[in-house]
Ligand binder design. Structure first.
Ligand code: ATR
Length: 283
């Protein structure tokens, strides 16, 4: 059994396809900054090959100490690893794996990334009591988990398919309520925070005609999507005079806990790192 080389730690991001992932850029930047002789590698793993990949991670033969998991494996890995932490269990998906005592462990750092980004870009954001989340997919689950952990009192999930929002309300409990898209205007009345977790507005698609001015004074609007940085939803909110936070910071911050686990050092989300990713998006 080959043990991972602790002097030259190797981490991965697995997905299918994997070419779009910006994680190698982020972790590569931090490895260079810290002068760590490790690596972070993008690996295309087809769904049929996922069980063998996890087995090789467990027995050390892959040579990796852990890594990230992206689409389409974020849910499937839960059934293959030995331990799933409380956050990943609640969200129903994992994005980070690591090895401990011969066991493969899975966690989810998306909620952390969401919260850390707002903490930096809009300190005090969590003094608000009520939030509206547009969308009821995987990203929405991570945001709900983050908002509940920060003590928001009411979280209204608005979704095209109301049944999916209702499932989230059942899973996450009484502070979370489900609504259909037509109710969006009512839901945002007086709300402190609006989070878009859908792809609405991407690729030139239409966005709903939302009147953000009915939200609470000093309300905040943020988007999980970060391409482009100012999404049509954020542009509209800004036109209506609201504070906005883009989603790129969430991508950067969600990478921090994984790097710390695999490489033993907590990296910084610096303006230079952000600039490097923006430049890559524009190239
Ligand atoms: P993710 O993991 O990124 O959240 P997902 O699980 O596929 O992705 O969820 C996508 C979300 O965006 C869903 O809430 C979806 O609405 P439905 O549940 O009704 O499918 C929402 N969404 C995607 N395209 C949309 C569109 N054109 N109009 C409205 N909602 C849309």
């Amino acid at each position: 059994m080959a043990e991972p080389d602790s002097h030259r730690p190797r981490a991965f991001v697995i997905g299918h396809p994997i070419g779009h992932s910006r994680s190698p850029l982020i972790h590569g930047y931090w490895l260079r900054q810290a002068g760590i002789e490790g690596s972070y590698e993008a690996i295309d793993v087809a769904p049929d090959d996922l069980p063998a990949f996890i087995s090789a991670l467990r027995d050390g033969s892959s040579g990796f100490c852990g890594g990230n998991v992206t689409i389409p494996h974020k849910e499937a890995v839960l059934d293959l690893v030995d331990d799933v932490d409380e956050t990943a269990r609640r969200i129903g998906a994992a994005n980070t794996l690591w090895c401990e005592d011969g066991r493969v462990k899975a966690g989810n750092t998306d909620s952390y990334g969401f919260t850390a980004n707002l903490d930096v870009q809009a300190p005090g954001w969590d003094r608000g009591k009520s939030a509206v989340i547009l969308g009821a997919g995987g990203a929405s689950r991570a945001v709900i988990h983050a908002l509940l952990a920060r003590g928001l009192e009411t979280i209204q999930v608005v979704n095209r398919t109301e049944a999916r929002a209702r499932i989230l309300a059942e899973v996450f409990g009484p502070r979370v309520t489900a609504h259909r898209s037509e109710q969006l205007s009512n839901c945002i009345q007086g709300a402190d925070l609006f989070v878009n977790t859908t792809s609405l507005g991407m690729g030139g698609s239409e966005i709903p005609d939302i009147d953000f001015t009915v939200m609470a004074d000093n309300a905040l609007v943020t988007d999980i999507v970060y391409i482009p940085l100012e999404t049509p939803m954020l542009a509209l909110a800004r036109q209506h005079g609201l504070r906005t936070v883009d989603g790129l910071g969430m991508l950067l911050h969600q990478a921090v806990p994984g790097f710390a686990r695999w490489f033993g050092l907590t990296p910084e989300v610096s303006p230079e790192l952000r600039q490097m990713i923006v430049a890559d998006m524009e190239s």
